[in-house]
Write a protein that binds this ligand. Structure first.
Ligand code: PEP
Length: 258
């Protein structure tokens, strides 16, 4: 198997600059032994972005931001604009993580504006979608996800869509209290998302990377990556220590490329 996969982690609000730098130095070392078929990325907190992107500039690790406003500049206290992220060479912007949706009331229409803004600056939007437990129990996961995709990606040209990545992260599977999703369920949902992307963007939809996230760890990683429409993994807690992340990468590498 030669297909590229995306593997990365969002640090959320966990690491200071010095902690982030120590982690990244170690990850740069680890990355030298990782197959070029694995596109590695990390998504630090805003304060650490500048120093971490300097540290990784000569490496193959991609750096992302955890969020962004859609305007270039303006009276939006506490926000960071695409222009600011562009200035420090950020390549990926994570948009619509379930914690942003839950605690800061971000909705799909906001995320859509952010997607357009990121693309204006040649940054890759990593758009997070996922149903919550009530939606799942009411059997409306697919309807929910289809609506999220449609609104978050509204008015993108096919060419623009080809720069987007999607992370499917069922809300009930994420974080400390998350229940890891059954791989059969993930396979069904990813196949559905692939069809929806093809409906929206034709052939381009076949190539949009679909990442899976939610309590991914070294024990379940192979089950998930073996799913046809899983093109990468978006990891939280299990990648916040480099030793554990390295174990995951080594397992993936042995399974996929050796
Ligand atoms: C997340 O919050 O996006 C996530 C995937 O976290 P975890 O892996 O810790 O469930």
């Amino acid at each position: 198997m030669n297909q590229k996969i995306w593997v990365g982690t969002n640090w959320k609000m966990t690491k200071t600059i010095s902690e982030g730098l120590a982690y990244t130095e170690e990850l740069v070392r680890i990355s030298k032994k990782v197959s070029n078929n694995i596109e590695l990325f990390i998504i630090p907190s805003y304060t650490a972005l500048t120093s971490i992107s300097e540290l990784t500039s000569q490496s193959r690790i991609h750096i992302g931001a955890q969020n962004m406003h859609w305007e270039d500049s303006g009276a939006y206290t506490g926000e960071i604009s695409p222009r600011m992220l562009d200035e420090i060479g950020i390549e990926i912007v994570e948009l619509g993580h379930s914690e942003r949706r839950q605690y800061y009331k971000e909705n799909d229409a906001d995320i859509n504006k952010k997607v357009h803004a990121a693309l204006r600056y040649d940054m890759k939007p990593l758009v997070c979608i996922g149903e919550n437990i009530v939606e799942k129990k009411n059997n409306i996961s697919k309807e929910t996800l289809a609506a999220q995709l449609k609104v978050c990606l509204k008015d993108l040209t096919k060419e623009e869509a080809s720069s987007v990545m999607i992370a499917y992260e069922p809300v009930w599977a994420i974080g400390e209290n998350g229940i890891p999703a059954d791989s059969g369920y993930v396979a069904e949902i990813h196949a559905f998302l692939r069809e929806e992307l093809i409906q929206l963007f034709g052939e381009v939809g076949s190539d949009i990377p679909l990442l899976y996230g939610g309590s991914v760890n070294h024990e379940n990683i192979i089950e998930y990556i073996d799913i046809v429409d899983v093109n990468g993994l978006f990891i939280g807690r299990s990648a916040w220590e480099t030793e554990r992340f390295e174990e995951i990468l080594r397992k993936l590498e042995n399974h996929l490329y050796n």
